[in-house]
Design a protein around this ligand. Structure first.
Ligand code: ZN
Length: 248
């Protein structure tokens, strides 16, 4: 996931992820994201009950923005997530996407070494905070839901990690869903038409996986399956994202 800070975007566009340690010391930390999730090492955790999502069914007005270093959609903070052993209630702030080149692979997280074409991040902060910059001062200040472009909200992995762009703050409770959301190659290829602020093609907008460093990954049992209204919203969001109403 990224932060839309001007200096940060310079770091992202001009220098590759291998030099981010120079941009911010956090980027060389011990709890960085994304990671390769090894499913046979993930610990079954009864506390990882289905997430409760509220406010996701409300309509909202927002534009997909080409920020110059990625594509994002600001979301209403009326949307809340809780449960699933999250330490607090979190409110939504934005959604963004990571992809590869010309419809190739481009997810940030890997599952058993497998990379997927695209990964969507829905970024939330604890209710008590007003901004992402305030939330990153708290080790669990940020909660990100990561989806690989389906509908099973009960099977997911959990680990503690970081923002995936500078300053890479280690303040994120990561929830990565096992199921994938179907996406055509044509839809995906459309993303490669976008450009970074320096005019270069906006391709490979993902950070390579980072060392796990003894961090446990937990896996939900996949309790009783429930159809979520959120997924209906996502199904509506993705096609609108792909029509690419860019504003910058
Ligand atoms: Zn992201």
């Amino acid at each position: 996931m990224y932060r839309s800070h001007p200096n940060v975007s310079e770091g992202r566009c001009k220098k590759g992820p291998d030099t981010w340690g120079l941009v911010s010391e956090h980027c060389s930390g011990r709890s960085q994201s994304p990671v390769n999730i090894v499913t046979r090492r993930a610990l079954q955790d009864e506390r990882l009950t289905p997430l409760h999502l509220t406010g996701y069914q409300e309509t909202f007005h927002s534009l997909i923005m080409n920020t110059g270093h990625g594509v994002k959609l600001d979301l209403s903070s009326k949307m809340r997530i809780q449960g699933g052993n999250l330490p607090a209630t979190y409110k939504t702030i934005q959604l963004h996407l990571h992809w590869g080149k010309d419809g190739g692979l481009g997810s940030e997280h890997l599952i058993d070494g497998e990379q997927f074409p695209m990964e969507m991040h829905i970024v939330h902060i604890k209710e008590k905070y007003d901004s992402l910059s305030e939330a990153v001062t708290d080790r669990t200040g940020v909660a990100v839901l990561g989806f690989f472009f389906q509908t099973n909200m009960t099977k997911y992995f959990r680990y503690e990690g970081s923002l995936t762009t500078p300053d890479c703050a280690e303040a994120v409770v990561w929830t990565v869903f096992e199921d994938t959301i179907p996406l055509s190659r044509k839809q995906l290829t459309a993303f490669s038409q976008l450009q970074f602020s320096d005019g270069k093609p906006m391709v490979r907008t993902y950070r390579p996986v980072q060392p796990m460093n003894e961090r446990p990954v937990y896996y939900s049992r996949g309790h009783v399956a429930s159809v979520s209204t959120m997924l209906l919203i996502l199904a509506a969001l993705v096609p609108s994202a792909l029509s690419l109403h860019t504003t910058a």
